[in-house]
Design a protein around this ligand. Structure first.
Ligand code: LLP
Length: 418
């Protein structure tokens, strides 16, 4: 499986035909995940960032389907959890506690106690959390603990996913230098540093700059304390390629830039940890919706909208998806493009996935494929209008597996306390 390009439209159409042959094309909408491609993407990251004892985790928040996490764990990945609930998804997926990185920016005392008892890796977000850990930590505890540093870069292109700039609420700002030095001098359990600057809209030089600044801090810390700082977690943040005319930023290119700027990072004094989500998972998934109705315009009514594509609907200038129209014969539709609006099913005027998109004329019963939906799609589902969450499927070798069935009406009623 070639991972140096996005899956081509013909490959997606073929995957759609497999989904249809397995009997799922009659569902209003399904999410499809190419698990073989996921394995290839994971291998690509592991090869690019190879290093002694390196630990490559997948950010669960990008796609918490346990069947997806299981594939990652079986392929040798660890998992990054942004909540205690995600920790339990990681355990269910078979991840051993010492390969789970617990990163939530707001952790309760009970959650910290549980994480320490389980021996998870923990990245503390702030000084107060370090004091809480100090109160709970025992010499027998297997947890490895790092501190998240905000490298205070300039804000990246997409402000809402930019988290490593001056004023960001995540981590301890690099400029609080003396307090950081003091914390590392006092707490011998602190053995790692963590940095994560954003998701989409950052460039490789920005990513490298963030890591380099925190690596420089590490040099200074090593000079003032005897306990080794043997863990360095460089977070995720490598953008995915959502359109053909955008650059494809590969793990290989990022790792090469890092090797040039911070060669010591790869020398084995530290265990290198990565936490990629989007760049691994986005192009492993696509969504299929049946075209239910075509109104004058034309406006095609689909079965997913802002419930599944919250970013796309609310910030269309920042969030792009490509769409592929498939006819009832399972082949990409041909024909002269017509400026088509793709509307979602939710009851508000803004539930529109695309306006005036040039697509061959659609008819009810055709399908629209929404590309690159393997990350931050189902995990950001909104319950507005109480629609059933669609089924999620896996393409695994020759099999089409059900990763989660479509919600039943009973599931929806139960969600609302009925
Ligand atoms: N590590 C930490 C500490 C993070 O906060 C994140 C993502 C990751 C790793 C993974 O980043 P990635 O490689 O996936 O970019 N669709 C969401 C994205 C928010 C990302 C949050 N953090 C949104 O638009 O809000």
């Amino acid at each position: 499986i070639a991972v140096d390009a996005r899956p081509a439209p013909e490959q997606l159409a073929e995957a759609f035909r497999r989904v249809r042959a397995a009997g799922h094309a009659d569902e209003p909408a399904v999410l499809v995940h190419d698990l073989d491609r996921l394995r290839a993407k994971l291998a690509d990251v592991a090869a690019a960032f190879a290093g002694p004892r390196a630990l490559h985790t997948v950010a669960i928040k990008a796609n918490p389907l346990v069947g997806v996490l299981r594939v990652a764990v079986a392929a040798g990945a660890g998992l990054e959890a942004a909540s205690i609930e995600e920790v339990h998804l990681a355990l269910r997926a078979g991840c051993s506690p010492d390969r789970i990185v617990f990163d939530s920016p707001v952790k309760t005392e009970a959650e910290l106690a549980e994480a320490l008892r389980m021996g998870l890796r923990i990245n503390a977000d702030n000084f107060a959390e370090i004091e809480r850990i100090a109160a709970l930590h025992t010499p027998a505890c297997a947890s490895r603990i790092g501190l998240r540093i905000n490298p205070e870069l300039a804000e990246a292109a997409i402000a809402l996913t930019s988290v490593g700039h001056r004023g960001s609420r995540f981590g301890v700002p690099l400029s609080q230098h003396s307090a950081i030095v003091e914390a590392f001098a006092r707490h011998r359990f602190l053995t790692g540093l963590h940095v994560h600057i954003g998701s989409q809209g950052v460039t490789i030089p920005e990513l490298v700059d963030g890591v380099a600044r925190v690596w420089q801090l590490r040099r200074e810390l090593v000079a003032v304390r005897p306990v080794p700082l043997d863990m360095f977690d460089l977070g995720g943040g490598l953008p995915a390629q959502y359109r053909d005319d955008a650059p494809r930023l590969t793990p290989t290119a990022y790792a090469a830039a890092l090797r040039a700027a911070v060669p010591d990072l790869f020398r084995g004094d530290v265990q290198l940890v990565t936490e990629f989500g989007r760049s691994i998972l986005a192009d492993c998934g696509f969504v299929v919706s049946r075209v239910e109705v075509v109104k004058p315009g034309p406006v095609a009514g689909l079965h997913v909208g802002a419930d599944l594509f919250v970013r796309r609907v609310y910030r269309p200038h920042e969030w792009h998806h490509d769409f592929l129209a498939i006819g009832r014969d399972g082949l990409p539709l041909a024909g002269d493009p017509v400026a088509t609006t793709l509307a979602g099913p939710l009851c508000f005027g803004g539930d529109v996935l695309a306006r005036d998109l040039p697509l061959p004329a659609l008819a009810p019963g055709d399908h629209v494929l929404i590309r690159d939906t393997g990350a931050y799609t189902l995990s950001m589902w909104s319950r507005y209008c109480s629609r059933a969450i669609p089924a999620a499927l896996g393409l695994d070798g020759d099999a089409v597996t059900v990763l989660r069935p479509r919600d039943t009406i009973a599931d929806v009623v139960a969600f609302w306390g009925g």
